[in-house]
Ligand binder design. Structure first.
Ligand SMILES: [Zn+2]
Length: 309
């Protein structure tokens, strides 16, 4: 159940969407309403509101979703749908939150697989044998920031609260990838490396990939200093950096991780028409979503999910 305050937040989004309210099928086959909050992202108007992405909604062999702050049981700074086990919240509450979100998306919380997410460029291939790892089973792989699989029934999870989640679907081979790309992962081109790993493991061709750059901090909200800017100047071509890094003077820069990752995907051969950004900023939408920057670190954690069915 949503609290009264949460219900108000949701109804504000509903009002803002105006006539952009669509009907979608829930995992149980019921009709639900969703508000198109951007051209690319839909907010399901239920007791467990989740975001879905237009580019993935019509792919029949996957389930996907992205959590919001709303509809969970956590209190205080984690209010209420906190999906982070490592931020001081009660484990039992986080587990209940996962149950709710997974039910809303139509996946099994007992089968989730997550990576340790250490801002690396390591990619982990996972299979049915890995289901539950990072949740009720201890993970036996560490230092990974992207997961890939071509098996059905293996729900992948990525944790974020400003960092960029990237959803990848190989339409030809029916394989998926889920990437955690903060600024460090973006400098390391982890999205491109994930596609290369999918190529090696599944025979994926870049031209068959559908990519969605999910909710994360936007280029107007993300200010960085000289050291971060320098890392991008080293790792990218000058003409590319000028697209996503703008100087504000005084050694401050605005960094657009959406554009940077779009360039990475494009340079890796994914057709531009198959790359979309949700255009939902965690900081601009900090009543709906958790933002590390906007909350000055006092926050819960969001998660993105994708699974082959
Ligand atoms: Zn923003």
């Amino acid at each position: 159940m949503l609290s009264q305050a949460e219900r108000m937040i949701l109804s504000l989004y509903e009002q803002k969407a105006g006539d952009q309210i669509i009907e979608i099928d829930s995992p149980e086959g019921k009709t639900e309403q969703a508000a198109c909050i951007t051209k690319e992202a839909r907010l399901r108007l239920t007791d467990t509101p989740v975001l879905t992405f237009q580019a993935l909604d019509d792919i029949p062999y996957i389930k996907h979703g992205f959590s919001t702050r709303l509809g969970g049981v956590s209190d205080d700074i984690w209010q209420s749908m906190n999906l982070g086990f490592t931020r001081g919240d009660d484990e039992s509450k986080v587990k209940e939150n996962f149950k709710r979100v997974c039910k809303a998306i139509g996946i099994k919380d007992t089968r989730l697989v997550s990576a340790s997410q250490e801002h690396s460029d390591k990619i982990q291939l996972v299979t049915k044998e890995d289901c539950g790892k990072g949740f009720h089973i201890k993970r036996d792989f560490e230092n990974a920031d992207a997961l890939i699989t071509n098996q059905k029934g293996v729900p992948l999870v990525v944790y974020v609260a400003d960092c960029v989640p990237i959803f990848l679907v190989d339409r030809r081979n029916k394989a998926i990838g889920l990437v955690h790309s903060g600024w460090r992962g973006t400098v390391l081109h982890i999205a491109a490396k994930t596609i290369l790993k999918m190529k090696e493991q599944f025979g994926t061709e870049s031209e068959d990939i559908i990519a969605v750059i999910g909710p994360s901090i936007c280029g107007m909200c993300y200010e960085v200093g000289e050291e971060v800017a320098e890392e991008f100047n080293i790792a990218f071509k000058k003409s590319d950096v000028s697209v996503f890094l703008k100087s504000k003077g005084d050694g401050k820069y605005l960094l657009d991780l959406w554009k940077a990752n779009m360039i990475i995907l494009k340079n890796q051969g994914v057709p531009l028409s198959q790359i979309s950004t949700s255009n939902v900023c965690t900081s601009c939408h900090n009543k709906l979503l958790f933002s590390h920057r906007a909350s000055k670190g006092k926050r819960g954690t969001l998660a993105g999910f994708i699974q082959l069915v």
